[in-house]
Design a protein around this ligand. Structure first.
Ligand SMILES: *Cc1c(COP(=O)(O)O)cnc(C)c1O
Length: 360
């Protein structure tokens, strides 16, 4: 079976974890601080605050910017549920702006249509490892005095016009095992705003910076030194992992381009796509997925239901019509692109997709 995702963990990670276990310091400690420094440098931000998931990073980033009841946050409906849920946790309202049909990222023109006096922030998602149009989004944010919180949970190392994802506004990354790098569970907030960094660190630890002195309401959303040690080893390998993903993606695009019935993944000029997913539009998507499964190839649908159509959001009263997202949900299919694939694996994926459309 060729899986849709597989974390690559080696001796470096095992040794790093063993070292932490032997030290006896297994909760948040010096490794977390070291990881924060390394990750902030990697993204070109001055600060980072490590937490226990990408969801926590999004939630804390919103709270650190004082977003809550009565506020609206404009985001994409075509993403993992955590993006919008993090907004709901704060009491604010997620407002969905439709996506671009080629990149599947939020459409800046559609963002403009949703801005009103309650709008406080924009939360673009860098979907599949390609940055949203941050030049346009930062201009809109500046014009309307809005906060920008980037859901960079799929975009470790991605760039838009020479600048790293997560360094435009306040960034939120996930280190879940399927992402481009992992800490097991984990997440991080990136920022060059000292106050946001400090507040984020307080919110993750019951609102305190001095032990047993609580200046605000917080949670326990800390990262452990065990996770941070894995993260430090993975960060060393991230550029290599991303290069493998890009190489696999280039092979897929070359091999799939002549097949009628599918639209290969696209990279926008001036952007560095890190291919968290390699996602095509496919005619007979569900049949293709079944066919590939029979041939031993795992695929994924990211995502089959746009958030405004999820049962819980329907219950909340969402009635939007967002046709580009709704159509994408019916057509997209992610093919294996991760760095654990061999050249033969990638060639097999291409061969079987061709086979499906030849016999269809
Ligand atoms: C993975 C992911 C998250 C959530 O990260 P967790 O670490 O699983 O909490 C949020 N947004 C997007 C777009 C993701 O892909």
């Amino acid at each position: 079976m060729i899986p849709i995702a597989r974390p690559l963990l080696g001796k470096e990670e095992i040794d790093a974890v063993t070292e932490v276990l032997s030290s006896g310091m297994i909760a948040q400690g010096p490794k977390v601080e070291e990881f924060e420094l390394a990750f902030s440098e990697y993204t070109g931000c001055e600060y980072a605050a490590a937490v226990n998931s990408g969801t926590a990073a999004l939630h804390i980033a919103l709270l650190a910017h004082d977003i809550g009841k009565e506020d609206e946050v404009i985001t994409s409906p075509f993403t993992f549920i955590a993006t919008a849920n993090s907004i709901l946790y704060t009491g604010a309202k997620p407002v969905f702006a439709d996506i671009e049909p080629d990149t599947y990222n939020i459409d800046p023109e559609k963002i403009k249509e949703k801005i009103n006096p309650k709008t406080k922030a924009i939360m673009p998602v860098h979907l599949y490892g390609q940055s949203a149009d941050m030049k346009a989004i930062m201009e809109i944010a500046e014009d309307h005095k809005l906060v920008v919180i980037e859901d960079a949970c799929q975009a470790h190392g991605a760039e838009c016009l020479g600048k790293k994802a997560g360094s435009f506004g306040t960034g939120a990354f996930s280190f879940y095992p399927t992402k481009n790098m992992t800490t097991s569970e984990g997440g991080i907030i990136t920022t060059s705003d000292r106050e946001i960094a400090e507040k984020s660190k307080m919110i993750r630890a019951h609102g305190s910076r001095v032990r047993y002195l609580h200046e605000m309401l917080g949670f326990n959303l800390r990262m452990t030194d065990i996770a941070a040690a894995i993260g430090l080893a993975q960060l060393e390998k991230l550029d290599g992992f991303n290069a493998s993903r890009q190489k696999n993606a280039a092979m897929l695009s070359e091999g799939l381009k002549s097949i009628s019935g599918i639209v290969p993944a696209t990279t926008r000029e001036g952007y560095t796509h890190v291919f968290h997913q390699y996602t095509i539009r496919a005619q007979n998507r569900d049949k293709l997925a079944d066919f590939l499964k029979e041939k031993g190839i795992g695929t994924g649908v990211h995502y089959p239901i746009p958030i405004h159509k999820q049962p819980y959001y329907m219950e909340l009263g969402y009635k939007d019509s967002l046709p580009v997202s709704e159509k994408a949900a019916e057509e997209v299919l992610s093919l294996p692109v991760h760095p654990a694939l061999s050249r033969d694996d990638v060639l097999k994926v291409i061969k079987e997709v061709k086979e499906f459309y030849a016999s269809a």
